[in-house]
Write a protein that binds this ligand. Structure first.
Ligand SMILES: Cc1cc2nc3c(=O)[nH]c(=O)nc-3n(C[C@H](O)[C@H](O)[C@H](O)COP(=O)(O)OP(=O)(O)OC[C@H]3O[C@@H](n4cnc5c(N)ncnc54)[C@H](O)[C@@H]3O)c2cc1C
Length: 378
């Protein structure tokens, strides 16, 4: 609240993994004199960690989504349905697709990342990008339809964690329907999971190969069209359904706005998750880079940033000191391999088995329970 009794406009852009905690505590911002607004393209946000399991129906969609609109509204905030397309930090306004402008006094951005489809000519309209996670429902529908006409060829382009989890869960989907699918996982490198310890890739590859999933190594897709993916060396692979898991890049709204960005266009922030050149702009998750620390764009960091962001936004309203975010060097990753097993990875330490999946399920469902506070599962 200013000295004239006018409330400060605190705007959250994107109801992603980092903002969930702040939105759940939106009443704290109101008590600190702010008027809270959330802008997002949809009332629901989907939890990526359970996305592959949603495709295979280990989980129903309602178990995997958060009603962020109800979350903010039931705590006295306002929800604006829309997508922010640009930011004007000098005039403290956000522009929405469709032309509306939203002013702010303090803004926090958690708009995530997207799959850069334009990196593969012809991919747009042919392949399904793995993000937003809701797309996995369309992928599931497309595969189910193809089962009616025989054995579909499903191609996963990109053999990182998302590609591996999806390959395993499409296998599970086929089994659950008493159907078959020719599943191919195309890796642009030699082997799969190139950013993890070599041992992890070998264990995952064995698990997928044993189930008949084909791994194409050194197959960098150069173009797509009419059901064919062509590698840069000229080899063709046919597909009925193609899903792109080629990696992600931060959303593009920061370029040309005047805020400092990283090389790949993320909002550059200091240790307080605050823009390096505009103190009234904060952010977290896949859309930021912390100056001097190039962290992997994984949900683990997004979730860890959440309490620091909540605290710092409150501190900004109350005029208190900010707290630094201290990222852990190593983090835990558990892949859902789709056959009831999980592959737990921490640095070079790995553990594969049913218990690893049980542990992942426990962590994921606990996270959901914490933020499904609006009757999503009913
Ligand atoms: C299949 C898959 C599985 C994964 N599994 C794991 C895992 O097990 N562990 C792990 O650590 N990481 C995992 N990841 C990575 C993880 O998804 C990301 O790091 C995480 O989603 C980042 O969270 P975020 O909140 O920054 O972004 P998002 O989760 O993408 O959230 C961004 C939000 O912003 C909204 N938004 C987007 N653009 C705009 C806009 N212009 N205006 C307003 N709102 C907007 C979106 O609708 C969305 O709700 C996985 C990724 C994938 C694809």
């Amino acid at each position: 609240m200013t000295k004239h009794g006018i409330k400060k406009r605190l705007v959250f852009v994107g109801g992603g993994h980092v903002h969930l905690l702040s939105l759940k505590n939106a009443d704290q911002f109101s008590r600190a004199g702010a008027e809270v607004t959330l802008i997002g393209p949809d009332r629901f946000h989907y939890y990526s960690g359970m996305g592959p399991g949603m495709l295979s129906r280990i989980y129903k969609p309602e178990q995997v989504k958060f009603d962020v609109q109800s979350m903010v509204e039931s705590r006295g905030g306002r929800f604006v349905k829309g997508k922010v397309i640009s930011l004007d930090p000098a005039n403290r306004t956000l522009a929405l697709e469709g032309g509306e402008e939203i002013p702010y006094d303090l803004v926090s951005l958690n708009i995530g990342s997207y799959v850069p489809m334009d990196r593969i000519p012809g991919a747009e309209g042919e392949g399904i990008p793995v993000k937003p996670i809701e797309n996995l429902e369309s992928a599931r529908e497309s595969i189910l339809k193809k089962f009616r006409n025989g054995i579909p060829k499903v191609l996963l382009i990109g053999a990182g964690p998302a590609g591996v989890e999806l390959a395993g869960n499409i296998w599970r989907l086929a089994r659950s329907q008493n159907a078959q699918a020719e599943i191919t996982l195309a890796s642009s490198r030699d082997g799969i999971l190139p950013n993890l310890d070599e041992k992890v890739g070998r264990v995952a590859q064995r698990s997928l190969s044993q189930r008949g999933i084909q791994i194409l190594s050194n197959f960098r897709v150069g173009s797509m069209g009419k059901g064919l993916a062509r590698s840069q060396s000229g080899l063709d692979v046919p597909y009925d359904v193609a899903i792109l898991t080629i990696g992600i890049t931060p959303q593009r709204i920061f370029a040309d706005s005047g805020v400092e960005t990283s090389k790949d266009g993320a909002l550059l922030v200091n240790d307080y998750l605050q823009s390096t050149n505009y103190p009234d702009i904060f952010g977290g998750g896949d859309c930021i880079e912390i100056k001097g620390k190039r962290l992997r764009r994984v949900g683990v960091y997004a979730v860890r940033e959440a309490p620091v962001l909540l605290r710092n936004l409150l501190a900004m309203l109350k005029g208190e000191n900010l707290k630094a975010f201290k990222p852990q060097r190593r983090y835990l990753l558990i892949l859902n391999l789709g056959d009831g097993t999980g592959l737990l990875v921490r640095g070079s330490w790995i553990w594969k088995g049913r218990l690893a999946f049980t542990f992942k399920n426990y962590l994921d469902t606990s996270f959901m329970a914490k933020f499904q506070v609006s009757g999503e599962t009913k």
